[in-house]
Design a protein around this ligand. Structure first.
Ligand code: UDP
Length: 337
């Protein structure tokens, strides 16, 4: 009996695979390696290189590996890219989920965990945001995920499937042992940018807006450690295996840090006083995003371990330092060869 993880070679997916393997689960990965790395997978985990929306591939994998549940991460996640190229997002997020669901229904897989996002809420009327808040996405990214959520809901009702939709807030940090982390080149996420400025070649961090009506004028986010998020998925799997009803859950800690506080934490913990430049607002940014986590904490048996911002930053820094060391040694090999 296996768990299929789509996008298992990516940032969050690879932490999921590690958590499952460490829990003694049998795991199989489908990933097209468009942004992921096969080296992020633990030894012995079967990787099928291809699209999660390739029905033939997925049906073959389900049959060959005795897949009983699917955790679906594969997709595209960069909000500005989705505004530039919406059709790519409707293909990679919405259509891929449709094909994957079709393969799941045809193969009788009836436990499905879906990676969704706080972007489905758009600008919330109030924070913390509960799951029943109106969904008014501001980007094709958010819309593409919301459409997939709706499809999953309908398919589950028609075909006896049970699902957990997890709406992620700001995922950050890295494996506490620095075995894996966010390796994508050109990542746009705040914490990644700040740790790159602290240990890598990045010259400065731009702050997108300091004139918001928040205590320090910058936006506020609810950062969740990627390893805690992976454990929330394990808890969701246990919930479905125990016969739990389909449910949608916010994934955050229920507290917010401002952009300036986050950057300051990276400066303090790294001991590097990198340049920070205050600039104009970034179009489409939401002022404050904090999860109401009551439903998550009630529904799932989940105890987060890495809630402190200091811990998230320390793990992100350790991973970034490792990446820099690896790149330096690759460069040395290339020049001495
Ligand atoms: N941000 C920033 N500088 C950067 C990257 C991000 O000031 O170089 C801000 C961004 O405007 C937002 C917050 O950090 O207010 C989180 O942005 P991110 O892209 O990490 O995630 P989002 O919340 O947009 O999904």
């Amino acid at each position: 009996m296996s768990v299929l993880v789509t996008g298992g070679a990516g940032y969050i997916g690879s932490h999921m695979v590690l958590a499952l393997v460490e829990a003694g689960e049998s795991v199989v990965v489908v990933d097209n390696l468009s942004t992921g790395f096969s080296t992020s997978l633990p030894d012995g985990v079967p990787l099928f290189i291809g699209d999660a929306g390739d029905e033939n591939l997925v049906e073959g994998v389900i049959a060959a590996q005795d897949v009983k549940s699917i955790i679906h991460f594969a997709g595209s996640v960069v909000v500005p890219d989705s505004i530039r190229d919406p059709l790519a997002y409707y293909r990679n997020n919405t259509m891929t989920t449709r094909s994957l669901l079709k393969a799941a229904v045809k193969s009788g897989v009836n436990q499905f965990i879906f990676s969704s996002t706080a972007a489905v809420y758009g600008n919330p009327d109030k924070v913390p945001v509960p799951e029943e808040a109106p969904t008014r996405p501001l980007s094709p990214y958010g819309s593409s995920k919301l459409m997939a959520e709706i499809m999953l809901h309908d398919v589950a009702a028609a075909h006896g499937m049970k699902y957990v939709v997890l709406r992620y807030f700001n995922v950050a940090g890295a494996d506490p042992q620095a075995r894996i982390g966010l390796a994508t080149v050109g990542a746009t996420h705040l914490l990644k940018i700040a740790v790159e400025a602290a240990v890598g070649p990045r010259a400065k961090v731009d702050v997108f807006g300091t004139d918001y009506p928040t205590p320090d004028g910058s936006c506020i986010r609810d950062f969740i450690h990627v390893s805690d998020l992976a454990q929330a998925h394990r808890a969701a799997l246990a919930y479905l295996r125990g016969g739990g009803a389909s449910v949608t859950l916010n994934c955050g800690y229920g507290r917010g840090y401002s952009v300036l506080e986050t950057i300051e934490a990276v400066r303090r913990i790294s001991g590097r006083n990198f340049a920070v430049q205050h600039g104009p607002r970034r179009p489409g940014d939401i002022m404050a995003m904090i999860a109401d986590t009551s439903r998550l904490r009630t529904a799932l048996d989940w105890t987060p371990q890495y809630q402190e911002l200091e811990t998230i930053v320390a793990h992100a820094l350790a991973w970034e330092q490792k990446l820099v060391r690896e790149r330096q040694s690759e460069l040395q090999h290339a020049t001495s060869a």
